[in-house]
Design a protein around this ligand. Structure first.
Ligand code: IMP
Length: 479
């Protein structure tokens, strides 16, 4: 006899829609904040990259951290590799862009606009053939002035002293910060003695970059924790498809005894009981999801898992009960993981979750760790030639083959992840910027100025299959 049969259906993010609430006049794109705080770790955007070897390596970690998200380095990396990346991210002198994208003085405005679209940068230095700095193309300024796009770039650039410049390549981070504060400027252009461009500094980039590290429950996890803590890791994530285990309970017990002052995220769970178990064991936050991941075959092979939205709502119910029971304890953030391919799903998941973990979404970008592939199947790094990015689940055979560091177990291995490729989508920054705008726009629809308010005010509705299909897909159009 089965213990329990739940005969209500489970739902995915895709099946819900958000209903508008009253939008106050003050609720504008620039006033809406996407900040989220995960047990003391504040992020500017509520996004974590999946701890997958096809997704998060140094390049993606750096690109996401710069946008104020949180990259999570996969547990399948060797300890040395993880720590090397943490150290490089942490030592990034955030205020400096050492190798800025530039445009030549002979270019048209249209060419500069294409660079803005491709890289997502809003300011592009204009230089001559010797890299001598001539001026700055600033996208927002240009839009305000409305010059035709076929004009020469020099007609749309701003010059020194409107643009703050300094001829001192050795300028320190502290001096730069002080200068930007004093002059109340958004950026500083660093030049050499011949006025050649050396680097750029942005005031908004003052914050230290954040990075998280995945660990397993296998022997040796303590070494990763100690080394990661020393290197300045902001969050540890126990990486497991099923976190409702005594193995994970034991790790939490021991972690708490180690008194490491870094929060730890446990998971994944998809049930009320699973979430309660991990919270009672002292998890600082909970990660939710089993089976909706884009590379995941767990449901197909083992019929184990749950609809993404139902899992999230059940875990949310558990954390609310947990907090009611333990009023003295801190709020337990919840991270939705898996099955969030784009802005539409992000918006629905954020009506409940404090942050989201994304695999397939980031895998499509230039910075992802997977190989870039042209349409003939060859590997390439030429932007115009890239058609796909290689993608594989952490439970796939390819990922297992990387697991040379004590996560082996070939005798008992069966794949729980697919291997394939995803269509290439360009760089992370411009894509993220566009999707952030979409999230903010939905928050404005709901009348929310920040994510906390969004969770309180959001009203979502389950769609019938027919309504979902018709509403989601354009129809009646001929292309
Ligand atoms: P995505 O954003 O839909 O691609 O989901 C990413 C999530 O899928 C990861 O954070 C993991 O929780 C999960 N995942 C990654 N690799 C595998 C796998 O091989 N099998 C099952 N789930 C996986």
């Amino acid at each position: 006899m089965v213990k329990k049969v739940i005969d209500k259906q489970a739902y995915a993010f895709q099946q819900f829609s958000l209903l508008p609430g009253l939008t106050p006049r003050t609720c504008t794109m620039s006033s809406i904040s996407l900040e989220t705080t995960l047990a003391g770790v504040t992020l500017g955007v509520p996004l974590l990259s999946a701890a997958m070897t096809s997704v998060t390596g140094y390049d993606l970690a750096l690109a996401l951290a710069k946008e104020r998200g949180l990259p999570i380095l996969p547990a399948r990396m060797s300890l040395e590799e993880q720590i090397d990346i943490v150290q490089r991210i942490k030592s990034t002198e955030m205020t400096f862009v050492e190798d800025p994208i530039t445009v030549r003085e002979t270019a048209t405005i249209d060419e500069a606009l294409r660079l803005v679209e491709k890289y997502g940068h809003s300011s592009i230095p204009v230089v001559d053939r010797n890299n001598v700095f001539l001026g700055m193309f600033i996208h927002s300024e240009y839009l305000a002035r409305g010059i035709p796009v076929n004009e020469n770039i020099t007609t749309a650039m701003l010059y020194d002293p409107v643009v703050l410049c300094v001829q001192n390549p050795a300028i320190s981070v502290d001096e730069t910060v002080a200068l930007l504060e004093k002059e109340k400027q958004p950026h500083l252009v660093v030049l050499d003695e011949n006025r050649r461009l050396v680097k750029l500094a942005f005031k908004k980039d003052k914050e230290k970059l954040k990075v998280g590290l995945a660990i397993t429950t296998h022997a040796g996890w303590q070494n990763r924790v100690r080394a990661g803590h020393q290197a300045g890791v902001d969050l540890f994530v126990i990486d497991s498809s099923d976190g409702f285990t005594e193995f994970q309970g034991d790790v939490l017990d021991e972690y708490k005894k180690m008194k490491i002052p870094v929060p730890i995220c446990a998971g994944n769970v998809i049930t009320y009981d699973g979430a309660m178990y991990l919270m009672e064991k002292g998890a600082d936050m909970i990660k939710v999801g089993m089976s909706p991941g884009s590379t995941c075959t767990t449901f197909r092979e083992k019929s184990t898992g749950r609809g993404s939205m139902t899992a999230l709502l059940e875990v949310d119910r558990a954390r609310n009960d947990f907090l009611k029971k333990n009023a003295s304890l801190l709020y337990v953030p919840v991270i939705a993981d898996g099955g969030i391919p784009g802005s539409a799903e992000m918006i629905i998941a954020l009506t409940v979750a404090d942050a989201l973990m994304l695999g397939g979404y980031f895998n499509r970008f230039f910075e992802a760790a997977g190989e870039k592939i042209n349409d003939r199947g060859g590997i390439t790094l030429h932007d115009d030639d890239i058609a796909y990015v290689a993608s594989w689940g952490e439970g796939s055979i390819r990922a297992r083959n990387l697991g040379r560091y004590g996560h082996g177990g070939f005798v008992t291995f069966f794949a729980e992840g697919e291997e394939g490729r995803v269509p290439y989508a360009g760089r992370l920054k411009p894509n993220l910027k566009r999707d952030i705008l979409k999230i903010k726009s939905a928050m404005a629809n709901a009348g929310a100025m920040n994510l906390q308010e969004f969770r309180k005010k959001a009203v979502i509705e389950l769609n019938s299959d027919g309504a979902g299909y018709i509403n989601r897909n354009p129809h009646g159009l001929v292309k």
